[in-house]
Design a protein around this ligand. Structure first.
Ligand SMILES: [Cu+2]
Length: 406
């Protein structure tokens, strides 16, 4: 009776597992950035003016991603100091390839030396590789700290009749398609080494009692081959010597072959340099954060700042940027906007206290307001513009007082 019940339950469970496995998994809708603590997302790197030149490309067709990333002065002390960085893209697998990249106008094929407070204008040319609908973000990887995401966008890669090619011209003038360069050799060598390993493995596990009679094997003292018990015989030694000789022959033979087949080689290049400082407008404002509150019910952040206009023309607040978000100045409240009271304008030579208000469910949805956590803080960049059209990007940081704690 009980056995029957157990059997039925087990069958049901097996059927359920099978059903789950048979249904294809839904593609991930995000990149998991919401799981990162908000102080990491807000206090590390700010991205602004990120633009994708196209949203649809054919395979091999190119698009560019341009934008600016600033390593904030508020970089958290818990993370490794930013010294070596890498600007790239994150996408669901190798669906696009980066063809070229410039940082502050200089070609930057590899990692660059970076510093806190550094501003990096980037331009990346990508080519569509795998057909599909893909979410692509620029990222800033910091050695020892991890990758920080910039604002993402969907890109559609359409199938092209010619498929995907990734042609480069070599120094000798020949053109090669990187997509399948050397694939033949790679396949042949993978098969050869797999075969050697398989011969070795099957030799020991099929006709021998090594695995099947583990109790016997474990009785034999260490450092003996168990010849007295007939476990490893003279014949086995001979067979293994043949496997070793084959391996050595393949390694040495392979080295000789490649030296003849590819006489001209270039070692992997390691180019490390600090890009020139980004061209930025002269400083005309200083901003000190005084206080911040977060109204949990309405999803509103009020950030109080003292702004001093040290320039000679009137300056005005244009936007507030934090993590991957930008809040642009508007009169009426709404997602992605900032309202400034009493006025976003600062007369030259004066200091005004103003409140930046941002009402957006995104604070809660993206877990950016760390209510009840150990670091209730807001960090971001205030974007201001003066009468001559110059812009300043000033980092501000403040503790946040939430309207309630849960
Ligand atoms: Cu994404």
């Amino acid at each position: 009776m009980t056995r029957n019940v157990v059997r039925k339950a087990a069958a049901l469970l097996a059927a359920a597992v099978l059903t789950v496995l048979a249904v294809p998994a839904a593609p991930a809708g995000a990149h998991g950035e919401t799981a990162q603590e908000s102080f990491l997302r807000m206090g590390t790197i700010a991205f602004w003016d990120v633009k994708f030149s196209e949203s649809t490309v054919e395979q091999t067709q190119q698009l560019t991603i341009t934008g600016t990333a600033k390593i904030l002065e508020t970089w958290p002390e818990q993370l490794a100091e930013p010294k070596l960085g890498f600007i790239g893209v994150v996408a669901p697998g190798p669906v696009v390839v980066i063809k070229t990249r410039t940082i502050n106008g200089q070609p930057a094929p590899a990692a660059i030396e970076v510093e806190k407070g550094g501003v990096y204008h980037f331009e990346m040319t990508l080519a569509g590789r795998r057909p599909g609908h893909w979410h692509v973000h620029p990222i800033f990887g910091i050695h020892g700290a991890g990758s920080l995401l910039g604002p993402g966008q969907y890109i559609d890669v359409k199938e092209s009749p010619g498929g995907f090619t990734n042609d480069i011209t070599l120094v000798n003038g020949k053109t090669e398609n990187l997509e399948n360069l050397g694939i033949g050799n790679l396949t042949v060598w993978t098969i050869i080494w797999f075969a050697v390993g398989l011969v070795w493995l099957l030799y020991w596990i099929v006709p021998k009692p090594t695995v099947t009679r583990l109790p016997v094997t474990s009785q034999i003292p260490l450092n003996t081959d168990g010849m007295a018990y007939g476990l490893i015989t003279k014949k086995d030694h001979r067979a293994m010597n043949i496997v070793m000789a084959t391996t050595l022959f393949l390694v040495i033979g392979g080295m000789v072959w490649q030296a003849n087949a590819y006489p001209v080689k270039m070692p992997q290049q390691v180019l490390r340099f600090a890009p020139q400082a980004a061209a930025m407008d002269a400083t005309f404002v200083t901003i000190d954060a005084k206080d911040a509150t977060y109204d949990v019910e309405s999803g509103t952040v009020h950030l109080t700042v003292d702004v001093t206009n040290t320039g000679s023309t009137p300056a005005a607040v244009e936007a507030f940027t934090t993590s991957t978000l930008t809040f642009g100045l508007t009169k009426d409240a709404g997602p992605g906007t900032v309202q400034v009271t009493p006025s976003p304008v600062i007369a030259p030579g004066t200091t005004v206290t103003m409140v930046l208000s941002m009402t957006d469910p995104v604070w809660h949805k993206e877990r950016l307001m760390p209510v009840g956590e150990s670091r209730m803080q807001i960090t971001g960049v205030v974007r201001t513009r003066d009468g001559a059209g110059h812009e300043n990007f000033t980092t501000v940081q403040s503790f946040v007082k939430p309207s309630r704690l849960a």
